[in-house]
Ligand binder design. Structure first.
Ligand SMILES: [Zn+2]
Length: 216
């Protein structure tokens, strides 16, 4: 294993454990992956995040042929493979069942552009129709939801976030949960959010690139 790959495996574990500690991947849900030379590296199925060691991370090709490995890849490997195939800009993917965003997804509600931080996700966050976990149908749905975006909600399921690095995909996933909490607070108070328009979101995106929040 190269030094770069060991570093990537450790990075995937660090993100998975941070999500777990923050309560964003309850009951071993969610998964984290990073693009590799021949495919991607992904968290395994069924191993508690706190117990993960670098050798547990599974390498998979984009067609899903896992390398000879003691662990099975996450049941959502198809979703990761489909996104890497469709999005050359995605270097890492974070999938969560983070509670507040998942609550909105269970009502089929996306997140409108009511706060400028939504520019991290590329604009309004869609909520895509339900499909069974682990299926090619869900993979196709996720790809569609991510069109022109870095995050999407999956109805009755959770969140998928992508980034040009593991850190960026993690930051987008955290921001989706944060925005979902703010949106739920607005809905609970029966307040109508005032939305930002596309020109303002573009301005914010440019500023984010300047400040290094996002790669332009
Ligand atoms: Zn899931």
């Amino acid at each position: 294993m190269s030094q770069g790959e060991s570093h990537t495996r450790a990075g995937i574990i660090a993100v998975a454990q941070a999500l777990d500690a923050a309560g964003l991947v309850p009951n071993k849900s969610g998964n984290v992956s990073c693009r590799s030379a021949d495919g991607f590296l992904i968290t395994p199925a069924g191993v508690p995040y706190r117990e993960l060691v670098p050798a547990d991370i599974v390498e998979s090709s984009l067609t899903g042929a896992a390398e000879e490995h003691a662990r099975r890849p996450s049941s959502e490997w198809r979703m990761h493979a489909a996104i890497y195939a469709d999005r050359p800009d995605a270097a890492a993917i974070v999938h969560t069942h983070s509670p507040r965003a998942t609550a909105l997804a269970c009502a089929g509600r996306g997140i409108p552009p009511f706060h400028y931080m939504i520019a991290l996700a590329g604009g309004e966050i869609r909520c895509m129709p339900y499909a069974t976990f682990g299926t090619a149908e869900l993979a196709a749905t996720a790809v569609q939801g991510l069109e022109g975006r870095r995050a999407t909600l999956l109805a009755n399921h959770g969140v998928i976030a992508i980034g040009s690095s593991l850190g960026e995909a993690h930051a987008v996933a955290l921001e989706v949960e944060n925005l979902a909490g703010q949106y739920l607070a607005l809905l609970a108070a029966d307040l109508e959010p005032r939305l930002l328009d596309a020109a303002e979101l573009q301005r914010v995106t440019t500023k984010f690139a300047d400040y290094g929040r996002l790669k332009a």
